[in-house]
Design a protein around this ligand. Structure first.
Ligand code: SAM
Length: 260
């Protein structure tokens, strides 16, 4: 179960969902694991002076740590409310209110492009050649997302979450690969020939959440209704008021193909 709830849908996923609940989003989304940032630094693609474009930046959950690593970050976010919060929270970033499909990016203006829990919203046929053009020769695209629920670690809370999902109709599943179908994502990200895979890794981590945390976080999921988020929060109360959640963050780092 995850950001977009996996298969079957309680609410129809829409990219405007996040902007409509910008305050809850800023408060409730967890950060990405330290090990992921260490890996990006270790691969030599994130560090002082690196010019990064953060596509689908939201309120800056990825922008902030990249600024802290010394990078110069341009954050692209179509949601006005989200972009406003990002600007307030991370004044060091250059913020562009636009989509990944339309934003004007200087050719060769960036060393690294990033999409954190965002690439599944993009039209990759449009975005990949544009990102390729915006990167320097030898530049990289790093794509990752938090999968909220590690299927390899069953827990009583996850059983309750699965029961909420099971009560949904089978109908409105998002088309395309799931968040942990990493091989399929690699295939999609490389099939146009704009990028080649350099590094793939899954980070496993855990976090303690209260029922209030769960209500907030599940409200941010684009395919969860408010009533379903309340059911998940009630499950935490039933389980003693606090649960340990096991998460997975798949990371795909791609190198810009050496065309012009
Ligand atoms: C789940 S949020 C992730 C936000 C942030 N990167 C993070 O890690 O928390 C997905 C973001 O993608 C944005 N988004 C949706 N469609 C987009 C598009 N076509 N171009 C750029 N961003 C888009 C949404 O507005 C939202 O902020």
């Amino acid at each position: 179960m995850a950001e977009d709830g996996g298969r079957g849908s309680g609410a129809v996923p829409h990219p405007g969902h996040f902007d409509a609940i910008a305050d809850v989003y800023e408060r409730s989304r967890p950060p990405y694991p330290d090990a992921l940032w260490a890996r990006l630094r270790g691969l030599g693609i994130l560090g002082p002076g690196v010019r990064v474009v953060d596509l689908g930046a939201g309120t800056g959950q990825a922008t902030g740590p990249m600024l802290a690593a010394g990078a110069q970050v341009t954050a692209v976010e179509p949601g006005r409310a989200l972009a406003e919060r990002l600007r307030r929270r991370w004044p060091g970033a250059t913020v562009r209110v636009d989509t990944a499909e339309h934003v004007a990016l200087a050719p060769g203006g960036f060393d690294l492009a990033v999409a954190a829990t965002a690439v599944h919203w993009f039209d990759l046929g449009v975005v990949l050649p544009r990102v390729h053009r915006a990167l320097v020769v030898g530049g990289h695209l790093a794509v990752w997302r938090n999968a909220y629920g590690d299927p390899s670690v069953p827990t009583p809370f996850r059983e309750r979450v699965a029961a909420v999902v099971a009560r949904r109709g089978a109908g409105a599943a998002r088309p395309g690969p799931g968040e942990l179908d990493t091989e399929e994502w690699v295939e999609r990200l490389t099939s146009g020939g704009w990028f080649a895979a350099r590094h793939v890794e899954h980070f496993r981590w855990q976090v303690e959440l209260t029922s209030d945390d769960v209500r907030g976080l599940f409200t941010t999921f684009s395919d969860w209704t408010p009533d379903e988020a309340a059911q998940a929060a009630r499950a935490v109360d039933d389980l003693g008021g606090r649960v340990t959640e096991h998460y997975v963050t798949p990371l795909v780092v791609l190198r810009r193909a050496d065309t012009t």
